[in-house]
Design a protein around this ligand. Structure first.
Ligand code: SAH
Length: 214
């Protein structure tokens, strides 16, 4: 019987801390959320490896370090309402749910959203709302958000997401070419936006009206 708790502690000690993830709340959430529960049965033994994993429909769950880094960049303190675009397995949503008041997550593939919903319900996450939709439009009815995270790669920053962000809020999004991007951390200011560049990265494409065309 594999000791998943131990695997998670090792993931934090060996993958996250050495690469510079410092926020104690983020590290605690990464230690707590049962990543293997969001994986297809056959891949669970590899759940805490230092890599992305397939979750079906040609999509992936991001590498633990990327999940931790994007979460850290959001700078969550607890009372926030956060929008996620690209629910996938629901794992990132669960990490966010540990760190803020309410998560709104949007996924375009219904089979993935259904499975994510089951996973989140089974594990007791009650503060995650989900919708099947083209997330490049954001979630207008629930806007504005304190923070927004896009877990798929976009050719440019989707304008509706900037509009649905509160002033002072952060939008974390990988932007670039189809096969390689840069992680951007964008703060909405009173006069526009301030963009900070994080690391190079590779995400599956954000497909939709303000993303890549199918
Ligand atoms: N955050 C996920 C990983 C997401 S992979 C996790 O923790 O497992 C990227 C996801 O974005 C895929 O599931 C893909 O279907 C979805 N996606 C791509 N374009 C989208 C769009 N326009 N709106 C919503 N979801 C989208």
């Amino acid at each position: 019987m594999i000791d998943f708790d131990k695997e998670r502690r090792l993931m934090v000690e060996e993958q996250l801390i050495p690469r510079g993830i410092r926020n104690p709340r983020v590290l605690d959430a990464m230690r707590k959320v049962q990543r293997h529960e969001f994986m297809p049965e056959a891949l669970r033994l590899q759940a805490y490896g230092d890599h992305a994993m397939p979750i079906g429909e040609g999509q992936t769950i991001s590498q633990p370090y990327i999940v931790a880094l994007m979460t850290e960049l959001l700078g969550l303190k607890g009372p926030e309402r956060v929008l996620e675009i690209g629910t996938g397995s629901g794992y990132q949503a669960a990490v966010l749910a540990e760190l803020c008041q309410k998560v709104y997550t949007v996924e375009r593939v219904k089979t993935l959203a259904d499975k994510a919903r089951q996973n989140l319900d089974r594990l007791g996450y009650r503060n995650v709302a989900m919708k099947v939709f083209d997330g490049t439009y954001g979630w207008k009815d629930m806007a504005p958000f304190d923070a927004i995270i896009v877990t798929a790669a976009s050719p440019s920053v989707p304008q509706p997401l900037v509009e649905q962000l509160k002033e002072g809020g952060v939008l974390v999004v990988p932007v670039g070419e189809r096969m390689s991007q840069e992680l951007l951390s964008i703060v909405k200011t009173s006069t526009g936006i301030r963009t900070e560049r994080s690391i190079p990265c590779v995400f599956v494409p954000l497909i939709g009206n303000h993303g890549w065309k199918e």
